[in-house]
Write a protein that binds this ligand. Sequence first.
Ligand code: MG
Length: 323
Amino acid sequence: MSVRFAVGAVSDVGVLRDLNQDSFLASGVLAAVADGMGGHRGGEVASQIAVETLMVSFAPPTFEKLIGAVKAANAEIIAQAAVDPELHGMGTTLCAMAVIPASDPAAARAAGGTDHVLGVVNVGDSRMYRLHNGKLEQLTEDHSLVESMVREGRLTREEADVHPQRNIVTRALGVADLVDVDAFTLAPEANTRFLLCSDGLFNEVDDAAIATILGSVTNPDEAAQALVVAANGNGGRDNITTLVVDVQVAAVEEEQTSNDTTDPTIDDDPSVSSVTMGGAAADPSLRNPTTAPNGAAQVDPTSVAPAGSLSPEAPKRRWWRRG
Ligand code: MG
């Protein structure tokens, strides 16, 4: 079986802000959004580090490596903040999904099951949704103050949606040496559409409107763009990043699977995949990409610096308020 992502991705500064601190990356096997926080360049640098470190650290593509890559991103943000006073206190959310070969593809295939899984990791309040039968379902849990208060029964969901402190996150990368990563797997199903997004989308556009756009705009690029247009139309008070991820599942030819347990049609190594980055991650003042005509950057993954060592002087905070 061949499992690939077809991703439409847009990152937009929004209506009110001067800087885009969100970053994203998208390839056939990896999709991620990061929403940076911290003054004076900090937020955009943190989100850029997060997606770049995720990309280079997710190899070989196992579920454990995916979780490890998030921890490597945390360590790299802390290390870079420790050596640059302008970046002190920077942090970011990170929400990502990846195609991961099952540990024993031949056995899984023989059992009639899938030989790949989708791995999901999340820290912070960026979100992943799944559209199923026209209904939108949030698969990740927000690590935010208002979400905690909803769980404790102190706020209703409706009150949380408009709460003045809904921008306070309780988990982020860059805050502490140890980061608690939410991680789970899903079976890839054909014709499933996922959405990864920063809070600049769902704070402006409600679930019903998001579901309508995802369900009616077939092309993932156009759907991602339509979501951003809707958010800006409702105020655009934050940076908006949307990744519409269509999972494509195809059967592999009989002769290819009969004597080879690896799927020859799959490029499972994201380091050699075509990767698109956007938002702050595509900002030439922060890095050195070759800019594509659409404003996103086609990145040579080998040019990205490896993750650094953990800093003992890392800042520690429980909560993180957006700038
Ligand atoms: Mg945001």
